[in-house]
Design a protein around this ligand. Structure first.
Ligand code: PEP
Length: 264
């Protein structure tokens, strides 16, 4: 299994100078040789170059928050996977819940994005997770364990089967899954250790079923209001291979402490 991962998703925040300061401070605090876990910084497109320069020579890698599902052409405003590679990205996030739920991205679009990203050599973080209503519906069937599980797992199964269906065993080794319950993103609400464990175990089983040769090697991150106060508890869940961090990755101090906890 590859190293654990600490991914900082800066979302639509930070001007270039601010991005330079934050990434420079992270490199300084960690040191260029830091390798206890793989750190990935995911700034907005406009700051990819400055962050890329700041982390150059260190073990920190660069990622993008989105990609379009075609390689080139008349798609005004979009950015393709080869363009991300050209801009120095090794990673891309696909299917983040803000893109699914605020920007209306569909499973079909996400499938195209994943396939193209992987074929261009990008390590691809596929975000999946249930909404609050989906979890509540499942919980309302608590007296029937099978019905509860089937309702709870169904959105995750659909998202993963749809996005990874076209991939082969070799391509899936470039995939990382981020389990991000939609109700926990940017809300301060956390999934409990048991809730995280249950879904991560399910994803592990599903990947093994879909990709018997390599599914076991796919890392599974947790994301959703990860903070310095809960990172130890989250990382103590055996099935958690790292974290995708939004808000808390915008502060040097908190992201540094999170990285150190992930690195162990
Ligand atoms: C995210 O951006 O994927 C995320 C989980 O955000 P936050 O940590 O702010 O909840």
């Amino acid at each position: 299994m590859d190293k654990k991962l600490a991914v900082g998703n800066w979302k639509m925040n930070l001007l270039r100078e601010e991005a330079r300061e934050l990434s420079g401070a992270i490199v300084n605090l960690l040191g260029e040789d830091y390798e206890d876990c793989q750190v990935v910084l995911v700034p907005p497109y406009t700051a990819l170059d400055v962050v890329g320069s700041c982390i150059s020579g260190s073990n920190i890698e660069l990622g993008a928050q989105n990609v379009f599902g075609r390689t080139m052409g008349a798609f005004t405003g979009e950015v393709s996977a080869p363009m991300l590679v050209d801009a120095g990205c090794r990673w891309v996030i696909v299917g983040h819940s803000e893109r699914r739920h605020i920007l209306g991205e569909t499973d079909e679009q996400i499938r195209e994005k994943v396939s193209l990203s992987v074929s261009c050599g990008l390590k691809t973080i596929l975000c999946v997770g249930e909404t609050e209503a989906q979890r509540e519906e499942a919980v309302s069937r608590s007296e029937d364990a099978l019905a509860r599980k089937s309702l709870l797992f169904s959105p995750i199964r659909t998202q993963i089967e749809s996005a990874l269906g076209p991939l082969d065993e070799k391509q899936v080794s470039d995939i990382v899954i981020a389990y991000e319950p939609v109700w926990a993103i940017g809300t301060g609400k956390n999934a409990t250790s048991l809730e995280i464990e249950e879904i991560h175990q399910y994803i592990t089983e599903l990947l093994a079923e879909m990709f018997p040769g390599s599914g076991n090697n796919v890392r599974i991150l947790y994301g959703g209001s990860v903070k310095t106060g809960n990172i130890e508890k989250i990382m103590s869940v055996e099935e958690v291979d790292g974290v995708l961090v939004g808000g808390a990755s915008l502060s040097v101090d908190s992201f540094f402490r999170i990285i150190k906890s992930v690195g162990g």
